[in-house]
Design a protein around this ligand. Structure first.
Ligand SMILES: NC(=O)c1ccc[n+]([C@@H]2O[C@H](COP(=O)([O-])OP(=O)(O)OC[C@H]3O[C@@H](n4cnc5c(N)ncnc54)[C@H](OP(=O)(O)O)[C@@H]3O)[C@@H](O)[C@H]2O)c1
Length: 326
């Protein structure tokens, strides 16, 4: 597998002129707010805009199902070598095969349980050993709520915090040298409109557990991480953004929870793809998008003291002494 990406010509016009810093005025690609009744744009839109991902490598965590699968498919259809990730090897191999079977793109599936920091390290080691660059990192995987009570990761951390946020904090750190080697590269953190302030007296929710709040706190943590990481990175090399993709998409997370879908994975993928490949968003970093437009997140995201606490805690829990910024 190593030779596959190594032999590709690096940085072949990644995402059509991505290097140029965008004017930050109109932070949306499609020029108007989305009307829910229109067909979402997909890879054909980006191809018409001259975007080609030939020669690039993209990793989408949690791409064995739901939104991640559709994003992985579209990235592959634009020519990317896609690293499909999840725990379910059967579904993962099917998604990778679907990408390989299309006219453009290539793919491989790597299995890793993000509920274990040791597995995150092993996953990162695997990617680093087999690929010499990473142009796009889409941190998308998320634990489903589950009807039961509080669950913990292999490391004893509250599960939503561990899988949705902490694993990606560590994975991004480990893969930063690959991202920097592929500059300009982009990181997209798939968050949610559902955000709840973190209680720093009870981050792991040992005193008072609520599954919905656990999920919403982990999603806000991703946004806080985005803001701090962006401030540490050279935006001409690596950018990092976060977003709410779409409301109640038709995925297992929603349907399995007994809820009526209100939107589709294609609508969510449109929003993720905009942040991942739009030439208009080159150089744009640290921002949060609600679907296609820049938006304000929960107030705690802009509380420097809260972000500093989260950062320090995340460093401690992951055992990182110096976060990789190159
Ligand atoms: N659905 C919505 O309406 C909605 C709304 C707002 C935001 N979002 C966000 O959008 C993203 C995708 O949501 P979705 O609805 O597509 O989710 P989904 O259908 O439940 O898919 C989740 C993905 O994450 C993977 N995953 C879950 N736990 C994992 C673990 N411990 N280790 C490794 N991979 C794991 C799953 O793969 P395996 O089963 O193979 O492990 C699957 O590929 C999430 O970040 C979610 O928070 C979704």
């Amino acid at each position: 597998m190593r030779s596959r990406t190594k032999t590709l010509s690096r940085r072949a016009a990644l995402i059509g002129g991505l290097c140029t810093a965008a004017g930050l005025g109109a932070r949306q690609a499609f020029g108007q707010a989305r009307r829910d009744d229109r067909t979402p744009e997909n890879e054909s839109h980006w191809a018409r805009m001259g975007v080609s991902l030939e020669g690039t490598t993209a990793l989408v965590t949690g791409s064995t199902d739901g939104l991640g699968t559709e994003v992985a498919r579209q990235l592959g259809a634009l020519g990317a070598f896609v690293i499909v990730h999840g725990r379910n090897a059967e579904r993962g191999e099917q998604v990778a095969q679907m990408i390989r079977d299309a006219d453009r793109g290539d793919a491989v599936f790597y299995r890793a349980d993000l509920a274990s920091l040791a597995e995150v390290h092993a996953f990162a080691d695997h990617v680093i050993a087999r690929h010499d660059g990473l142009d796009l990192l889409i941190n998308n995987a998320a634990a489903t709520g589950g009807g039961g009570g509080r669950r913990t990761s292999a490391d004893g951390h509250e599960l939503a915090f561990a899988v949705n946020y902490l694993s990606h904090f560590l994975l991004t750190h480990r893969l930063m040298p690959l991202l920097d080697a592929s500059a300009p590269a982009r990181i997209v953190n798939v968050s949610s409109l559902g955000q709840t302030a973190i209680d720093f007296e009870d981050v792991m929710m040992e005193r008072e557990y609520n599954g919905g709040n656990a999920y919403r706190r982990s999603k806000l943590a991703q946004i806080m991480f985005t803001i701090d990481l962006a401030a540490m990175l050279d935006a001409t090399r690596v950018t990092v953004t976060s977003l709410h993709p779409a409301r109640s998409m038709n995925t297992q997370r929603v349907i399995g929870g007994g809820n009526e879908p209100l939107s589709t994975v294609e609508q969510g993928a449109e929003a993720v793809m905009q942040l991942a490949v739009s030439p208009k968003l080159a150089g744009v970093t640290g921002v949060y998008f609600n679907q296609l437009n820049e938006a304000q997140a929960n107030a705690q995201a802009y509380d420097e003291e809260a972000r500093a606490k989260l950062w320090a805690l995340s460093m401690e829990l992951t055992g990182i002494t110096k976060y990789n910024t190159t």
